[in-house]
Design a protein around this ligand. Structure first.
Ligand code: FES
Ligand code: FES
Length: 453
């Protein structure tokens, strides 16, 4: 590891306090009103979102794609209008009024939190604070007249990868109409209820990794290869190391142990050393550690690398040719493994399949004695194992009659429902039963266990 005098160990660098930071300029980069309080930012930031999160420590606006402006997670209000803050320059923010969820009145925060929790309007919650700010702007403007169709149009600026938009719209509509909820956590296994920590997630108060701050925390940025396939002739991190706020710069030469990692094969170098060769555009050549994220990123860009550029390997078929260049540096070839399989009829009492099953079933029959029934909780659609088990257990081989025609998920749902209602399923012998019943009716919808005030 190379570092500045006095910072040769990570245990030392984590002792830095804010007073040691050197990048604050005398004059502010921008001043504005944040959540009712005049604030100034001093550091260089690429956009308002970075200033909020990195300098002002306001983390309810999330960073999902900055500076692309595509996901909407970073939405805040500027002079009451919803704006994606990763597309807003500090220059344009100066003198204006910025509102984040931290500055929304408590009663409104509670309404949003309860409505999203009660309506199931979130899963991971990462997109929700931005959506709430967009909804707030619309509700402030239209109140109870806000129509779900209009709100749906405005949600076009937001990407939610896991909830879907129907429940989100329900929650927003409930807030617009002034409905009050008191969401409860589920009290039984499989019971309906509000999601754990739904309120904190809705309000952006539940920290994701990127929101966590510890005293003296440093930031790392990577210098990625400029070429998908190239010999690395030299790496010079001296300019990065001399940059403001930089504590250390690492290259592969600083890794004392095994360079390669991997789950199946250790074939992925953590960094590519001088003398090595890159294999894809994500290969790392250097890591720069600095006091702020922006300093780390700026300094990482100062690392200079000399390459011997080679044509990349991009065609998987061509890569299988005997004379193809090795795609991943340090491996012996381009074949990871060969799997062989053959096709056959598993219902045709294949010995290799049938024998182990028979052995296990006979052992079970001996263990349970002659009077105990055996319940099959799987599918009886095919005979490949049902016939084997039926031959051994005969009339004692049962299944829940309601399972006929249900898929895996709905069988699971039925079992959970029965356990919750303390109701036993009806078991009948498989002997002579149809294996392909008509599709059973869906389980009736359960009422939400939320109390309305
Ligand atoms: S982080 Fe701003 S739109 Fe995605
Ligand atoms: S709740 Fe996960 S992305 Fe929307």
């Amino acid at each position: 590891m190379r570092g500045r005098a006095g910072f040769d160990k990570l245990s030392n660098v984590t002792q830095l306090d804010d007073g040691a930071r050197t990048d604050a300029a005398a004059a502010p980069a921008a001043s504005f009103v944040l959540n009712g309080t005049p604030v100034a930012v001093y550091r260089k930031h690429p956009h308002l979102l970075a200033a909020l999160r990195e300098e002002l420590d306001v983390t309810s606006p999330k960073d999902g794609c900055s500076p692309s402006g595509q996901c909407g997670c970073c939405t805040v209000l500027i002079d009451g209008k919803a704006v994606v803050s990763c597309q807003q320059s500090l220059a344009k923010t100066a003198g204006r009024t910025v509102t984040t969820l931290e500055g929304v009145p408590e009663a409104e925060r509670t309404s949003f939190a309860n409505a999203f929790a009660a309506c199931g309007g979130l899963q991971c919650g990462f997109c929700i604070p931005g959506i709430v700010m967009r909804a707030k702007a619309q509700i402030d403007k239209k109140g109870a007249d806000l129509q779900p169709e209009d709100m749906a149009r405005h949600l076009g600026a937001h990407l939610c990868r896991c909830t879907g938009y129907v429940k989100i719209l329900e929650a927003i509509d409930a807030v617009a109409k002034g409905k009050q909820f008191e969401p409860q956590l589920a009290s039984t296994v499989g019971g309906a209820g509000a999601k754990y920590e739904a309120a904190q997630l809705t309000l952006g108060d539940r920290d994701y990794i990127d929101d966590m701050r510890v005293p003296g925390m440093l930031h790392a940025a990577l210098h990625l290869t400029a070429h998908a396939r190239a010999e690395i002739v030299s790496i010079d991190a001296s300019a990065a190391l001399a940059a403001p706020g930089v504590i250390a710069a690492f290259t592969a030469a600083d890794i004392p142990g095994e360079l390669r990692v991997g789950i199946i094969h250790k074939d992925w170098p953590a960094m590519i050393p001088v003398g090595g060769r890159t294999s894809y555009a994500g290969d790392v050549l250097a890591v720069v550690v600095a006091e702020t994220r922006q300093q780390a990123r700026d300094a990482a860009a100062l690392v200079t690398v000399e390459y011997g550029v080679l044509p990349p390997v991009t065609d998987p078929q061509a890569a299988l040719a005997a004379d193809a260049p090795v795609a991943v540096w340090g491996t012996n070839g381009n074949v990871l493994g060969i799997s062989e399989y053959s096709r056959g009829d598993v219902d045709a009492a294949h010995e290799g399949y049938r024998r182990p099953l028979e052995r296990a079933a006979r052992a079970l029959a001996r263990a349970i004695g002659p009077r105990c029934d055996v319940v099959l909780l799987g599918s009886i659609a095919t005979g490949k194992y049902v016939d084997v088990l039926h031959d051994i257990f005969g009339q004692r081989f049962c299944y829940p009659v309601e399972f006929i025609g249900r898929g895996d998920m709905s069988r699971g749902g039925l079992m959970l429902r029965s356990a919750e209602e303390r109701r036993e399923l009806e078991y009948v012998s498989i002997d002579g039963r149809s294996r392909r019943g008509s599709r059973p009716p869906r389980l009736p919808k359960k009422k939400r266990t939320v109390r309305r005030a």
